[in-house]
Design a protein around this ligand. Structure first.
Ligand code: SF4
Length: 312
């Protein structure tokens, strides 16, 4: 990702590696939880995955085919199968549009339904997410936070996606409503055979919903593996630190408390292993080169020079 910094009369361009050397594969019908502190690049990765941001390097594949090789019409068709559900359901809904148009506009524009079918179609979508279809003429501000989250989900589902990127999609909701919306996500996943990339800073949320976890730190994946395995036996010092914080915060709202020190600026990431200034096990070589992401057990990956010691 490139940004331009104004510097006196001139412009100096700096490069932020918001996401660096990340290789993310998600299998059909899998739920992958992407976790890490704010600013670690997980939202950027989510936007790259769904095509809202362009890659500066690398490629995006869907069912083994690169988007770069698709004709524009085929790329548009495939793109529709990937949708994003955002954190703030109020900010992401146009306040001047009625729900019938918020949910029904895209399916008409993309030719999935005829305009005369819109009312009936929107009613079905609202029913599916647990909203009363008779409310479809209302505006977003006439709904509660939980209902607005459901409208956002209905809008995404209305174009018949197969893959959803959910970016902190329940973070803005009260804990009791969070549980209801999470259950809705899980019911929809099973009913519609959906694939999710579930981005969250809340370990309780990802533990509840994910088959597999990917832990990010400052633009890089530091550990990944089946959710139960990571919770039972985390390998990377960063994952251990995240899990150690879980017990210290209020029950029912297991948001990460900050780990010692702050996450460094992506404009000037520490050399070598980015985690070394905060890592209790840092060694001299940790400052010199980034540890590779090694497979430490079938399906378990970790990027740490202590991998051999820990896994042997
Ligand atoms: Fe800590 Fe070094 Fe492992 Fe990085 S590579 S997590 S600094 S021990």
């Amino acid at each position: 990702m490139r940004i331009a910094n104004l510097f006196g009369a001139g412009i100096r361009e700096e490069v932020i590696h918001a996401v660096d050397h990340v290789d993310l594969t998600i299998r059909a019908r899998e739920v992958v939880g992407l976790v890490g502190e704010s600013g670690c690049g997980k939202s950027t990765l989510g936007r790259l995955a769904v095509g809202l941001l362009s890659l500066s390097d690398g490629e995006r594949l869907w069912q083994g085919m690169s988007f770069a090789d698709l004709a524009p019409s085929a790329a548009r068709e495939q793109q529709l199968k990937m949708q994003m559900i955002f954190q703030d359901p109020y900010a992401s809904l146009n306040p001047r549009m009625r729900v019938v148009d918020i949910v029904g506009e895209a399916p008409v524009v993309h030719g999935l339904i005829a305009p005369r079918q819109q009312i009936e179609y929107v009613g079905l979508q609202l029913n599916r997410v647990g909203l009363d279809p008779t409310l479809m003429r209302r505006f977003p501000h006439q709904f509660s936070g939980g209902q607005r989250a459901r409208i956002g989900i209905a809008r995404a589902l209305a174009v018949k996606p197969e893959f959803l990127v959910c970016d902190e999609s329940v973070a803005a909701l009260d804990v009791s409503i969070q549980a209801q919306v999470l259950n809705l996500f899980m019911d929809l996943q099973s009913a519609l055979s959906l694939t999710y990339l579930f981005i969250s800073h809340d370990l309780g949320v990802v533990q509840h919903i994910s088959d597999r976890l990917v832990i990010m730190y400052l633009g890089r994946v530091v550990e990944s593996g089946p959710t139960a395995d990571l919770f039972n036996a985390p390998n990377h010092p960063y994952t251990k630190a995240l899990l150690a914080e879980v017990g210290k915060v209020e029950p029912g709202k297991r948001v990460f408390a900050p780990i010692k020190g702050e996450i460094p600026s992506p404009l000037a990431p520490p050399p070598g292993c980015h985690f070394h200034p905060r890592c209790p096990y840092a060694m001299a070589k940790c400052k010199e080169g980034a540890p590779p992401l090694d497979e430490i057990a079938p399906g378990r990956w970790s990027a740490c020079y202590l991998n051999d010691v820990v896994s042997s």
